[in-house]
Design a protein around this ligand. Structure first.
Ligand code: PLP
Length: 426
């Protein structure tokens, strides 16, 4: 709908901030919130999004999220709902499930988890009892909150044992994983991380789990999109349960999903609803279906491989800038760098990068207490950037961390690179 009133015109996006949706109604009714959303769109398009967990979802996914399916209550599963009027909700969920199963070659998919953490909660609920022992990557090495953090349900309700990475190589030490599994006899082993830049050896994890009679839960929140695009190995043949998010490299709406074999399907479904969740967010479920449809295309496979090639190029260029790259590179979209050789730690480096318009997180390093930085190439690759742009990003990154040259010129350089590759062109 065209934007007409003076207030609407005042809050309307500047012509260089393309909005993926029609914001006319919101702008007229609530200029305050519309202004915030437009400012956020401006932030996203004028700075570089290097947070490894983020991406730009498609206009089709955004349209689905803003659709009237957002109004629908649909507790239960297709064909067995606690609410009337679920014909279209059922249809949308059936499509999402079918597409997820075919995309990942899984026997069963549950697409209702509200987030990655909800998916992990449901997986634990399906397989474990409070007090059970779970072996997962330790938080200082890159484990997620749901892998035993003291402030999280996982740390409160289960006994976690943590494996680490080798401090020199940064790689998972499978000898240590096996030794811990034998010593602690966990009921489940979790394989997954927020910052591991390499492919885990799922087959090794399966062997170790079998040796001690543990379930293998793979928390593939990060690599799920690479797996969909054939740019990373699939855990599906090895894991009892695979948990994931749909909003990281996979580029769908914010949400979670669970894959498993038929024998665990009922337990997983009951653990999601009614054990850990009420009504599914059907607009998000439909948007997941759209994202799975996109991820099944040849164009998405090209994207996933480009994400990895770009991360490798960025890692190499950052090494040339003087940063230490953990594990010496990457197999995925994640690059973890230590700015220590440049005389700063991750927190200071992040502040300098933020001032220049480069948005990154800090993360633990395999050695010592200093923090490093975790970068990802999923978002900039969606924007259409190429390997030359990765070299440009690395040069801007190095200059920002070293506080080299004119700060205004640096910010302008970052802005030009971001705005030259709009996430929502047109
Ligand atoms: C992102 C992530 C999650 C959680 O996802 P949310 O949607 O933020 O709850 C869980 N596990 C791992 C390994 C992750 O990287």
């Amino acid at each position: 709908m065209p934007v007409t009133t003076p207030a609407a015109r005042a809050a309307a996006p500047p012509s260089d901030t393309a909005m993926p949706q029609d914001f006319g109604a919101l702008v007229r009714q609530d200029p305050e919130i519309a202004g915030i959303l437009l400012a956020e769109a401006g932030r996203q398009s004028s700075t570089l999004q290097l947070i490894a967990a983020e991406n730009f979802t498609s206009p089709a996914v955004l349209a689905t999220l803003g659709s009237p399916l957002a109004n629908k209550y649909a507790e239960g599963y297709p064909g067995a709902r606690h609410h009337g009027g679920c014909e279209q909700a059922d249809a949308a969920e059936r499509v999402a499930v079918r597409r997820a199963m075919s995309l990942f070659g899984a026997e069963h998919a549950n697409v209702q988890p509200h987030s990655g953490s909800s998916a992990v909660l449901a997986a634990y609920a399906a397989l474990l009892r409070p007090g059970d022992t779970v072996l997962a990557m330790g938080l200082p090495s890159g484990g997620h909150l749901t892998h035993g953090a003291p402030g999280n349900f996982s740390g409160r309700w289960f006994e976690f044992a943590g494996y680490g990475v080798d401090p020199d190589s940064g790689l998972i030490d499978y000898t240590q994983v096996r030794a811990l599994a034998r010593a602690r006899r966990p009921k489940a082993i979790v394989c997954g991380s927020i910052s591991y830049p390499r492919h885990p050896d799922y087959e090794q994890f399966r062997h170790i789990a079998d040796e001690v009679g543990a379930y293998l839960i793979v928390d593939a929140a990060h690599p799920m999109g690479l797996i969909a695009g054939g740019a990373a190995p699939s855990p599906v043949p090895y894991a009892d349960v695979v948990c994931a998010t749909t909003h990281k490299v996979l580029r769908g709406p914010r949400g979670g999903m669970i894959l498993c074999g038929v024998e665990l399907s009922e337990r997983i479904d009951r653990a999601v609803f009614p054990f850990t969740q009420g009504g599914a967010q059907m607009h998000t479920v439909a948007a997941k279906a759209v994202a799975f449809g996109e991820a099944a295309t040849p164009a998405y496979a090209v994207y996933a491989h480009r994400v990895v090639a770009h991360a490798r190029a960025l890692a190499a260029a950052l090494e040339d800038e003087g940063f230490e790259v953990t594990t010496g590179g990457t197999d995925t979209h994640i690059v973890v760098v230590d700015p220590g050789p440049l005389g700063v730690d991750g927190r200071t480096a992040r502040e300098r990068l933020m001032a220049a318009g480069m948005v990154v997180d800090t993360c633990a390093l395999p050695y010592g207490d200093a923090r490093g930085m975790r970068l990802g190439t999923a978002a900039v690759t969606t924007q259409g950037m190429d390997e030359d742009d990765m070299a440009r990003i690395a040069a801007l990154f190095g200059a920002a961390v070293r506080e080299e040259g004119d700060a205004g010129a640096l910010r302008a350089g970052v802005r030009a690179l971001a705005e030259g590759n709009p996430p929502y062109p047109g």
